[in-house]
Ligand binder design. Structure first.
Ligand code: ARG
Length: 292
């Protein structure tokens, strides 16, 4: 198929119709309920949608009333090819989202896998596919159980590299770790324990690792949506965006401060639906081999 005719990436988003901060399940949410500006949140979400729509086809799920965090679709489940492993949320405040996402995925034709009842797993918030090799990075320590690694390996037939998260501000893997195109990695090393940092360093060559400062990490720079050469994020310092530019990435800042009050930003508000199968992986691997 000619290049131009390749399908656009597909992304699931949930208009934040019932978004709110009514409970505290991560440190960002503390005291934020009264400060939340719901109109501004809606405007920010629309700006993100418009930015993503330049590079991807957006699919929508309705926001169910009573489940204020449902707008964070990254936590709906984890997709690989035609399979989705549904989330089983740690906190009861989010468990009610599960049936709505399950219904959407079945209707969309996905093969739906449900994790065992006694296992917590928070979807693409804690599990991110590498863009270069057939590898799934999984965060554990706050929300997802370490045991989920075996479950994912079996369900999705892919090697899983578990990483231990140690800073409660970075409670999901996607708040501090973002695999980018061409094998690059945006991450905040201090969010991980020592052994996990070593595992990251063993698998991602130094020239592909982009470690961010604490200030960028706290601006959720790692909570980025990478589509082609664009990196869409809440905020990034000039030095980070220069370092991304040096590697061929264009930084697109979309302020998402109202969602930060709930502990989420760009990546949390999206879920990539066409995660790569073997063909896509092989196609992406080529330039790396040439560069090496
Ligand atoms: N308030 C939500 C929670 O704590 C935010 C989820 C953000 N999502 C993410 N993928 N990091 O669960």
């Amino acid at each position: 198929m000619p290049r131009e005719r390749r399908m656009k990436p597909r992304i699931l988003m949930c208009p934040p119709e019932h978004f709110d901060v009514r409970y505290v399940i991560n440190p960002w949410m503390e005291g934020q309920g009264e400060r939340l500006l719901r109109d501004l949140a809606l405007r920010q979400w629309r700006s993100l949608r418009d930015a993503v729509a330049l590079h991807a086809e957006i699919m929508l799920i309705d926001h169910a009333q009573g489940w204020p965090d449902m707008t964070f679709t990254a936590n709906a489940g984890l997709i690989r090819r035609n399979k989705v492993v549904l989330s089983r949320f740690r906190h009861p405040q989010r468990q009610g989202e599960e049936p709505f996402f399950a219904a959407w995925f079945s209707e969309a034709g996905f093969d739906v896998v449900v994790p065992p009842e006694d296992m917590h797993f928070e979807g693409a918030g804690d599990a991110l596919l590498d863009r270069r090799e057939a590898l799934l990075w999984m965060g554990y320590g706050h929300r997802t159980d370490v045991r989920a690694a075996d479950m994912l390996e079996n369900a999705l037939d892919i090697e899983v590299e578990p990483l231990r998260l140690v800073d409660p501000r970075f409670y999901h893997l996607d708040t501090c770790f973002c695999p980018l195109a061409r094998g690059y990695l945006l991450y905040y090393p201090a969010a991980f324990d020592f052994a996990s940092v070593r595992r990251i360093e063993a698998r991602v060559p130094a020239d592909r690792r982009i470690a961010v400062s604490e200030i960028d990490a706290l601006g959720f720079a790692c909570n980025a949506v990478n589509l082609g050469d664009s990196v869409i994020l809440n905020a990034a310092s000039e030095s980070l965006s220069r370092s991304l530019a040096g590697r061929g990435f264009r930084t697109l800042r979309v302020p998402l401060g109202e969602f930060m009050r709930a502990g989420g930003a760009a990546k949390c508000l999206t879920l990539r639906l066409d995660e790569p199968g073997k063909v896509a992986l092989r196609r992406e691997r080529q330039p790396i081999a040439e560069a090496a």
